[in-house]
Design a protein around this ligand. Structure first.
Ligand code: PAF
Length: 284
């Protein structure tokens, strides 16, 4: 039975009651849950005595022209999925519970949040770090699980945890994909039939660059050109970025060195923006 907690006071009381059972694992989400989220719940359940998820569509991480209003909120289905996955508790706050009128304190990470999505979605990671720190303060988990599909988000949160000495371990869960390679995302449900057919090209572009890497190519410009050319063949897709970056700092590379690299792509199908990434060498 998943207990639903709406207020900070309820979460704190719940936390006090379960704390002695052992580690608390936390999976923060914005809902519209899919198998990727459920794999994070499974990961958390393997390591924790008690698992809590949150569903909160965080207005602070959406730009003015982004999809806050149309972001899917299938809450009844989400609760059923969390229940079936064996989640012990769900924090389901309203906006007013988390953001006081006139709130003027925010968390800004200034290095790993600046390239890639940070460059094309100004303010996005400020919204993410602010809400994640708030959620950590409320839930006080021993660890929190985030999906590798949002690899930059993982890196930004790991940096925040390090820099602000937060007593939370960050665990990354592997990307979960459809059979044709498309990375699962809550935003996939926006895709038209034609866009859905085109979308696996995003993953294919990463695989093409990986094949070149496996064949010995180490120049970032050559790897990116191979990836971009796959996407350019797909008229339904508009490229946002296709980058070869350092897997830790996310700074763009000239050549892939001994630390390996993250191949990162963001692309739009109509007004739906999707991201994906791949680490080279595999298993990095
Ligand atoms: O990845 C997400 O769903 C969100 O960015 C998060 C981490 C729940 C913060 O709102």
């Amino acid at each position: 039975m998943t207990i639903i907690l709406h207020s900070m006071a309820e979460v704190r009381a719940w936390r006090t009651a379960v704390a002695s059972a052992g580690p608390i694992g936390f999976v923060p989400t914005m809902g519209a849950l899919h198998a990727g989220h459920l794999s994070l719940i499974a990961l958390a359940r393997q390591r924790a005595a008690t698992t809590i998820a949150s569903i909160f569509v965080n207005p602070l991480q959406f730009g003015p022209a982004e999809d806050l209003d149309r972001y899917p909120r299938p809450i009844v289905q989400d609760i059923a999925l969390l229940e079936a996955a064996g989640t012990d508790a769900l924090f389901l706050p309203e906006v007013a519970e988390l953001y006081r009128e006139g709130a003027s304190t925010f968390v800004v990470e200034e290095a790993v949040s600046t390239p890639l999505c940070g460059a094309t979605r100004p303010g996005h990671f400020r919204g993410v770090t602010t809400i994640v720190l708030k959620l950590f303060n409320i839930v006080q988990p021993d660890f929190a699980a985030f999906g590798q599909k949002d690899a930059q988000q993982c890196a930004v949160i790991e940096r925040m945890v390090r820099d602000l000495n937060l007593p939370v371990e960050i665990v990354r869960g592997a990307i979960v994909r459809e059979a044709d390679g498309l990375a699962l995302s809550s935003r996939n449900r926006y895709l038209s039939t034609q866009q859905r057919r085109a979308a696996p090209a995003i993953q294919a572009s990463l695989q093409a660059a990986r094949a070149a890497f496996d064949a010995g190519e180490r120049r970032a410009s050559a790897l990116a050109a191979i990836g971009r050319s796959v996407l350019q063949r797909e008229p339904a897709i508009t490229l946002d970025y296709w980058e070869v970056c350092h897997p830790g700092t996310l700074q763009s590379l000239d050549n892939v060195g001994s630390d390996g690299a993250m191949l990162a792509v963001a692309a739009c199908l109509g007004s739906t923006r999707l991201i994906d990434n791949l680490l080279v060498p595999p298993g990095l």
